[in-house]
Design a protein around this ligand. Structure first.
Ligand code: MLT
Length: 404
């Protein structure tokens, strides 16, 4: 008789955003006349920029002609895109990343979930708390997290690094030494960041204890302040301890189109084993590459016209972030984030639990957000709103909240 991977049975409930979608759908079914404003999942709402659409059209035409048709993509991704990334995201910031250290993929969610496969199941992971749930859930599936304690909402073998208002949302080095450290900067869900000097401390720490940092920089396009690192490779020594995950979802609206990449420097080694070689082996075996037309669309993001159009989109969402931040502050809420990230993290009023506040907002003003506790125990008493809605809906949401 076959057996299932019993680690999956340890996962509590369903994936956070699926759970919320079900709750919202049930409310809408029961209240068909209510107009719900969704500021929950961080999904973009602006259409793809014109330069990207042109590029997609051209690439589709290429696929219609025998001379320009493309089949399987190269293992690491097309060179034209890897060159553009190496120049546009790294060389331009003085970082030494070569095109053959970049692996094109269909998004940072998949990469952040898959990357743990190249590490031993005995490795201890450390995560910020609250945290993007994919990091923890995929380690649960792999059998790396021990047992779940429903009362505390924690896993016995996971090292949690609380990030709350009390420590200004800056993770502190844990008491026990981890092997794998997940950092997401600018942070999802809190919308906060750390400075370059603080990130340098993490890089030094990881090199000192022999840990690897899995650095998720999906929100780097939203950085507005000088002192915030755009990539971990701005830090000295990162080439021997860091893997960086990047996405085209949030800066270029590819949430439905799917494109991302992972950077693994060739110096990053466990003993004499190269992590680059392991990931290349995995990529070649399990993955057939992001579609040619999508990689061509990705290339458009690095053209002068594409860059200008994307900057406008980011500015649009950041205007929403400002509107939410100011609207909530005026309504008396304590608010964080929203300056270098498209997320606003607020304290729930009157010590309400995160889920109670979720129900309250949904039922009284028909607004959907994300309960902080869904991201980890230290998220309890907090709530996340996304700036990725339309400006009109964002304004209306703030009016509704002010009326509470
Ligand atoms: C979020 O809302 O946290 C993100 O949209 C989820 C994701 O990017 O997968």
């Amino acid at each position: 008789m076959f057996k299932v991977n019993a680690n999956y049975l340890k996962l509590p409930g369903s994936y956070l955003f699926s759970n919320i979608a079900k709750k919202v759908a049930a409310y809408q079914d029961a209240n068909p006349d209510k107009e719900i404003i969704k500021l929950g999942i961080g999904d973009v709402t602006l259409p793809l920029a014109p330069k990207i659409i042109d590029s997609l059209h051209d690439a589709v035409d290429e696929m219609s002609r025998a001379e320009t048709f493309r089949g399987y993509a190269p293992d690491l991704g097309y060179e034209f895109l890897r060159n553009a990334i190496a120049d546009g995201d790294y060389k331009s910031r003085g970082c030494d990343i070569q095109p053959d250290e970049i692996f094109i993929s269909d998004g940072a969610k998949c990469d952040s979930g898959n990357i743990q496969e190249i590490f031993s199941v005995d490795n201890r992971i450390a995560v910020c708390d609250p945290v993007y749930p994919v990091y923890v859930d995929t380690n649960v599936m792999a059998g790396r997290t021990g047992e779940y304690d429903a009362a505390s909402g924690t896993w016995s073998k996971v090292i949690y690094m609380p990030c709350t208002a009390e420590n200004n949302f800056v993770p502190e080095f844990p008491k026990e030494n981890p092997d794998i450290i997940y950092l997401c900067i600018p942070n999802n869900p809190t919308g906060t960041t750390i400075t370059k000097a603080q990130l340098q401390d993490w890089v030094d720490y990881a090199n000192r204890i022999g840990a690897v940092i899995i650095y998720d920089a999906a929100y780097e396009a939203y950085i507005s302040e000088e002192d915030v690192p755009h990539t971990i490779f701005e830090c000295e020594g990162a080439r021997t301890c860091a893997i960086e995950l990047r996405s085209f979802s949030k800066n270029a609206g590819f949430t439905g189109t799917r494109l991302g990449f992972t950077v693994i420097p060739k110096e990053l080694k466990a003993g004499d084993v190269s992590l680059h070689a392991l990931w290349a082996r995995r990529h070649g075996t399990k993955y057939n590459g992001a579609p040619y037309i999508i990689q061509k669309a990705g290339l458009a993001c690095y053209t002068p016209e594409g860059k200008a159009q994307l900057q406008e989109q980011v500015a649009y969402y950041m205007k929403n972030a400002k509107t939410i931040k100011e609207g909530l502050s005026q309504a008396g809420f304590t608010v964080f984030g929203g300056v270098n990230a498209p997320y606003i993290w607020l304290k729930t009023p009157d010590k309400m639990t995160s889920w109670d506040f979720f129900d309250y907002l949904l039922e009284t003003v028909n607004i959907v957000g994300t309960p902080g506790s869904g991201f980890g125990p230290s998220g309890e008493g907090y709530f996340r709103l996304t700036a990725f809605g339309s400006y009109e809906n964002t304004l209306r949401a703030m009016e509704r909240i002010r009326s509470l």
